[in-house]
Design a protein around this ligand. Structure first.
Ligand code: PRP
Ligand code: MN
Ligand code: MG
Length: 180
């Protein structure tokens, strides 16, 4: 599995450091607001676990499973809600946690959905931002790293279901996806 990686971009330590930094900011920004922190499955599961442990004030958590990619390397624009939230969100302060913003289509759909559900506020926290690929005007409020336009995997990010369990983020060797 490690042999499929061309280059490591962010190590476990790099990610830990950035999660602590963002967490400090979130603790300040959300003090007294009891945010509902929403993990977008599956990609965000590891970053979510790291981020919520750095929020040192009252917060609740919930999970949504949405999917746009299937097994392709680019999103389709439609997102499928595989699992919705368990709690009502009207009047809540929502913090969406994502692993990566690529075209912005997934988050564009989610932000629309939350606004439709009359939330008090909705903000976005993402480990990775790939602004070169954006087709929707989505801008994250909290960003770990800006990534180059390369196919990255690991730390939650997959290619055809694999690599999510890598403890770092790396660039996938093109040979892996070009053969498909
Ligand atoms: C990936 C990633 C983001 C989204 C970003 O999820 O985790 O959620 O795509 O792409 P976009 O900005 O172009 O919409 P994916 O749909 O692959 O599902 P997964 O998290 O279960 O892998
Ligand atoms: Mn995802
Ligand atoms: Mg995926």
């Amino acid at each position: 599995m490690n042999n499929d990686i061309k280059e490591i971009l962010y190590t476990k330590e790099n990610i830990k450091e950035v999660a602590e930094k963002i967490g400090t900011q979130l603790t300040k920004d959300y003090a007294g607001k009891n945010p509902l922190v929403v993990c977008v499955l599956k990609g965000a599961f590891l970053f979510m676990a790291d981020i919520v442990r750095e929020i040192k004030t009252y917060a609740e958590i919930d999970f949504m499973d949405v999917s746009s990619y299937g097994d392709e390397t680019e999103s389709t624009g439609e997102i499928k809600i595989v699992k919705d939230l368990d709690v009502p969100v009207e009047g809540r302060n929502i913090l969406i946690v994502e692993d990566i913003i690529d075209t912005g289509r997934t988050l564009n759909c989610l932000v629309d959905l939350f606004n439709h559900r009359k939330v008090a506020s909705v903000k976005i926290c993402t480990l990775l931002d790939k602004p070169d690929r954006r087709v929707k005007g989505i801008r994250p409020d909290y960003v770990g790293f800006k990534v180059p336009n390369e196919f990255v995997v690991g730390y939650g990010l997959d290619y055809q279901g694999h690599y999510r369990n890598l403890p770092y983020v790396g660039i996938l060797k093109p040979a892996i996806y070009e053969n498909n």
